[in-house]
Design a protein around this ligand. Sequence first.
Ligand SMILES: C[S@@+](CC[C@H](N)C(=O)[O-])C[C@H]1O[C@@H](n2cnc3c(N)ncnc32)[C@H](O)[C@@H]1O
Length: 247
Amino acid sequence: MARLFEAPDWRTYRMSYREPHRQLEPLEREAALVGRALAVLREAGILPHTDYDHGKMLAMRRAVAEAFEIPWTAISPRMQRLLYAINAIAQPQNMIAAGVFCGNTFISNAGAAVGPGACYRARHLIGVEIRPNEAARAERNVRRIDPSGVARVVAADAVDICAGFPEPIHLLYLDADGGPEKGKGIYLDILLAAYEKMPPGAIVLAHNSVNSAGRLRHYLEFVRDRGNFRESVNCILDPEGLEASVR
Ligand SMILES: C[S@@+](CC[C@H](N)C(=O)[O-])C[C@H]1O[C@@H](n2cnc3c(N)ncnc32)[C@H](O)[C@@H]1O
């Protein structure tokens, strides 16, 4: 059985996809709930501790609100904070984010290492988006807050990028939607392309562990199998959810 963190109000904590910057609750409550999720990740051995710089997370949030063109997003403020915190704590040298759309999910992860929220130096932070127009917009968005180029977006199939990546993958973030046939079921294809490159301690994060649980059934069975991943936690802070698993 997978471990679970459930915010008591996750069913009623709802964002509007077209108003991503609207504050939904007092920041103290948001930080406290995310802190409780991080504590479960620490207990599971997925994270070494739960400390991150709240001011830098807010600096990343402000920069995204000012600089990014976001037609819509399903990343709630709680999810944005959780993704930032996991990356800030785990400090992956190489991170690949699959299915980044306009780049908001990507920067929620990469923003721990680039731009005004940076708290460590990474080697490669790669966002992958299969639709060229969306990849171009995501790249434009990211460039506005990361002139360094450490974080970049490529227009490609995430399966190919993971299969061809020449270095260890320390954190893999999954958010690709493979169309009517596969849907979010494509997560398992992407993970399998990356799996052998993920060293012990590497983390995979899967968005939509709640609202796409049906399409993710095979993926969730794979990461919750202790023969494949040491631990896996379903973090339910909002109606989308995030499954976090460690090799
Ligand atoms: C639903 S969007 C993710 C949106 C994100 N959850 C947010 O709230 O901002 C999924 C994206 O995955 C992309 N995608 C689908 N298959 C892909 C693949 N094989 N490799 C890379 N991107 C892919 C789609 O083009 C789409 O932009």
